[in-house]
Design a protein around this ligand. Structure first.
Ligand code: GZL
Length: 333
């Protein structure tokens, strides 16, 4: 397990720097350009990002914004969708108008992409789906997916709870869901629920979206505690940021997070590792945001017409409370 973690960290940290060019067309876009070998045709990546809702998202953005420093013949046009699908669709249309070499999309939700992806296909611009997945009527509307197995992350979160309490324990679980309709929320919930089917006395007594943000996670947990604070003994949070907010709510309510309420969450941001090192959380399922290097290689291969796998999975681990202190210094985000 430890070797896999180091390998995963090494693979995502070996290459990492950046400059980007051009500009997207959405409500918030950035761009930079760099000097390069002018004889070679530049690869221009248009990246439509979800938003800036969590520590994980910031780490992903920083990793992807590092891309052009890895290869001066690559420019990046970056657009922040501010968690709105219409902004991301506008950005994709802008990238098509600018005739970028390849479009990369991290879709805020799974559905509603067929029309704009058809426009990209008609413009002969390949599309790489990054991080979250899409549900489309025709899989040829995108070249490949690069990111995590969200269902597996949900299964791993459930296994952390089963490993600690056993399958026969009587548990009242509060669930903080991610953004409704996102593949991260759908996949994690599916994987978790399938895994606890073998645990007859595990009950999810509260479940509501905190939209992957710290503030909303705190607010929803406050409401959970108000109605069922005396029953809840496990918190399952679809990401660390909502978990960090919930820990604050649990302390303000007068209970001990990590002791009175067993907490597991997904991502692996530094703040949650610190919480776990302080005994306030019990398990983290890693979701690797450092996708820049893999996206660069995938984009270049796609533009060069090379065959790529339809699903390129990122490498991730699981951490328990006893590993937190040792792992904390290794966390890059
Ligand atoms: C998961 C990613 C999720 C993170 C959240 O791959 O899409 O979105 O788990 C982020 O922190 O908001």
């Amino acid at each position: 397990m430890k070797f896999k973690k180091l390998a995963a960290l090494a693979s995502s940290v070996i290459l990492a720097t950046s400059i980007f060019a051009g500009c997207g067309g959405s409500s918030s876009s950035t761009s930079t350009s760099s000097s390069s070998d002018s004889s070679k045709k530049k690869v221009v990546i248009g990246f439509a990002q979800v938003g800036a809702e969590s520590g994980w998202r910031t780490a992903e953005t920083n990793s992807i914004k590092e891309i052009p420093k890895l290869d001066p013949n690559v420019d990046l046009k970056f657009s922040d969708g501010q968690q709105k699908q219409e902004n991301q669709i506008k950005a994709i249309r802008s990238f098509i108008a600018q005739k970028v070499s390849v479009i990369a999309l991290d879709p805020v939700v799974e559905t509603g992409w067929d029309t704009v992806l058809k426009e990209a296909k008609d413009a002969k611009i390949p599309v790489v789906i990054v991080d979250r997945g899409v549900k489309v009527s025709d899989e040829s509307l995108y070249t490949c997916f690069l990111g995590s197995d969200m269902e597996e992350e949900g299964k791993r979160a459930a296994k952390l709870i089963i490993d600690h309490f056993g399958k026969d324990a009587k548990l009242n679980i509060a669930e903080l869901q991610g953004t409704v309709g996102s593949s991260a929320m759908v996949g994690r919930q599916k994987g978790f629920n399938e895994t606890i089917k073998d645990c007859p006395n595990y009950k999810i007594i509260k479940s509501q979206t905190g939209d992957f943000t710290r503030a909303k996670g705190k607010e929803v947990m406050e409401a959970f505690l108000k109605s069922d604070g005396d029953k809840i003994n496990v918190l399952w949070s679809h990401n660390d940021d909502m978990g960090v907010g919930a820990i604050q709510a649990i302390e303000e309510y007068g209970k001990k997070p990590g002791k009175d309420i067993f907490i597991v969450s997904v991502d692996g941001i530094k703040d949650m590792f610190q919480m776990m090192a302080d005994g306030k959380s019990n398990g983290i399922v890693e979701c690797n945001p450092l996708l820049g290097p893999q996206l660069l290689e995938t984009a270049k291969a796609v533009v060069a017409g090379q065959k790529v796998e339809k699903n390129i999975k990122s490498k991730e681990s699981v951490f328990t409370q006893d590993q937190a202190k040792k792992e904390l210094p290794n966390r890059k985000y």
